[in-house]
Design a protein around this ligand. Structure first.
Ligand code: FE2
Length: 547
């Protein structure tokens, strides 16, 4: 037997630096690399169709740069290359994360007709002031033309969550330089800024959030991904969101497995819901936390009419609103009831940028994808089940999704590849005769079957780890207690702190939903876990009418 690794990886940080990696606020900002110089860019939109023009906004300390564009799919295809493009340094407002950088467009190019739908990586390279190369990466999506696409999958990139976690400019929906003391997260984030370092491409050895360490007893939690981020100059949130950590793994797997996949942004879904109607199967993956009312309408109507939604994703948590032609995303989150104008007299409280399970919104997440974020949440990291199950405990192995996997009742699906974590979605449930059933008040849609359930936690709870060494603490649990029950009391915390993560399946109207509610499902595809690949293919094949 090989002994499991009980050592946290060492990225050469001091204890103080390790603490800063987790507790500190560090982010990308114009001028951060000092004398070396920098190059940054963003595009005017997240997605384009063939024939449309991409405006690239570049700020660079070098007078010229070179550019390549590569389609990042089952294989990498370079579609564009140009050198000697003129650039200049462009000033950014202090609150550019919320207001946008406001740079002038530096270079425009056309999306050619043979650039098939997918994700396109833009790499800009220039000379630093010290003569060494400086570089930045950007990503844009080529959306498909509308129309019927038999046999093809439509993947919807979690762009709302990318935007929420983007650390570039100093503020996102988590931490920030917003407010009088420059220490608050921003309820408004702009699309008009570069992606943070690690959202577009990552080295293969970049740690994922769930721990790959057999944590010894009474060990203060550590966070290898944030330590690695600080040690290597990547975004603090590189492992929480972005194409590189999440969406890309499904897209590449599906293309390599022979599926035809088209890609759109969530923003496309918001403005052009009919894009779904061309497809028999729509897929959502990864860390997929922020949605608008309109995006949910798009999915609900599509499934009602006979569409199939497959969600291999976790953390369906917050309602957002889009403003300024979608250049701004609004989410007040924890401060919603106090600050969101939706709560003012005359405001529409159903559009409050709060948890979907806030009773005043009246639209729990489970009404769309069968599971609720407030019943799920953390597992496999910090003080939330750091020694937890790693895979989904399977209760209904006879279900069609598990055909050909050889899995048994009580087995863990995807434990080797660690698909269960780091945020999961669940339902209140009970066990009868050894099988899980949603409770009558869980919010589960009619006919929902629970195929797998694992434990999760909303609170770091240990008698042996001091509170000052906790990162998550009970803050989220208290918020959920207040959101659901009106008061963040101990008694209400007790009702919400124990969560779970599920795989569920249910019919709706003429269509159907399959939902494996875990951010890390894509880790099973990245790590080529045969059982996870089989289940993924079973779902796609059934929904595409191939089986
Ligand atoms: Fe999240």
């Amino acid at each position: 037997m090989t002994k499991p690794n009980t050592e946290f990886p060492d990225f050469g940080l001091t204890p103080e630096q390790r603490r800063h990696a987790v507790r500190g606020h560090y982010y990308e900002w114009p001028g951060m690399d000092g004398e070396r110089g920098e190059i940054w860019c963003y595009s005017d939109r997240f997605s384009y169709r063939a024939g449309e023009t991409v405006a690239l906004h570049v700020s660079s300390t070098a007078p010229t740069f070179g550019m390549t564009i590569t389609r990042d799919g089952g294989s990498e295809t370079k579609v564009f290359e140009k050198s000697g493009i003129a650039a200049r340094w462009q000033e950014s407002p202090d609150q550019c994360s919320a207001e946008g950088c406001g740079w002038e467009a530096s270079f425009e190019f056309r999306v050619e007709n043979d650039w098939s739908s997918g994700a396109y990586r833009v790499t800009l390279t220039a000379d630093g002031r010290d003569g060494k190369p400086i570089q930045c990466h950007h990503l844009f999506i080529v959306s498909p033309q509308p129309g019927r696409k038999p046999g093809r999958v439509l993947q919807v990139a979690a762009t709302g969550t990318w935007l929420a976690y983007n650390t570039w400019g100093g503020s996102n929906h988590y931490q920030g330089i917003t407010g009088p003391d420059r220490n608050q997260y921003s309820p408004i984030v702009s699309t008009q800024r570069p992606w943070c370092r690690g959202f577009v491409v990552l080295p293969k050895d970049a740690p994922r959030v769930p721990l790959e360490v057999a944590v010894p007893p009474k060990t203060v939690p550590r966070y290898p991904h944030m330590e690695w981020a600080l040690a290597t100059g990547h975004s603090k949130k590189y492992a929480s969101s972005g194409w590189a950590s999440y969406d890309s793994h499904f897209f590449r797997f599906a293309e390599q497995a022979g599926y035809g996949v088209d890609l759109v942004s969530q923003h496309d879904l918001h403005f052009l819901p009919e894009i779904l109607d061309g497809y028999d199967c729509a897929v959502f993956v990864g860390h997929d936390e922020y949605w608008t009312w309109e995006m949910r309408d798009a999915v609900d109507n599509y499934v009602e009419r006979g569409g199939h939604a497959a969600r291999f994703a976790g953390n369906f948590m917050w309602q957002t609103r889009l403003e300024d032609e979608a250049r701004r995303q609004v989410c007040y989150k924890y401060r919603s009831r106090a600050e969101d104008p939706a709560y003012l007299p005359g405001g529409d409280v159903t559009r409050a940028t709060n948890s979907w399970e806030a009773p005043e919104i009246g639209r729990p997440g489970s009404a769309t994808f069968g599971l609720n974020a407030t019943r799920g949440v953390y597992t496999g990291w910090g003080g939330c089940a750091p020694r937890g199950v790693r895979g989904f405990p399977v209760y209904r192995p006879e279900h069609w999704a598990f055909a050909g996997t050889g899995i048994y009742y009580g087995d863990l699906l995807g434990a080797d590849s660690h698909v269960y974590g780091y945020e999961v979605d669940g339902l209140d449930f009970e066990i009868r005769g050894g099988l899980p059933y949603p409770t009558a008040t869980s919010g589960a849609p009619d006919g929902l079957q629970v195929l797998a359930v694992g434990m999760a936690s909303q609170v770091e709870e240990s008698a042996d780890i001091p509170i000052e060494d906790q990162f998550l603490t009970d803050e989220d649990g208290r918020f959920t207690a207040e959101t659901l029950f009106g008061e963040a009391s101990d008694a209400n915390l007790e009702k919400v702190k124990r969560g779970n993560g599920m795989i569920v399946n249910f019919p709706r109207g003429k269509g159907e939903v399959f939902h494996a509610g875990s951010c890390e499902w894509v880790a099973g595809l990245l790590r080529q876990d045969p059982m996870v690949e089989r289940v993924t293919k079973n779902v796609l094949d059934r929904y595409l009418g191939k089986s």
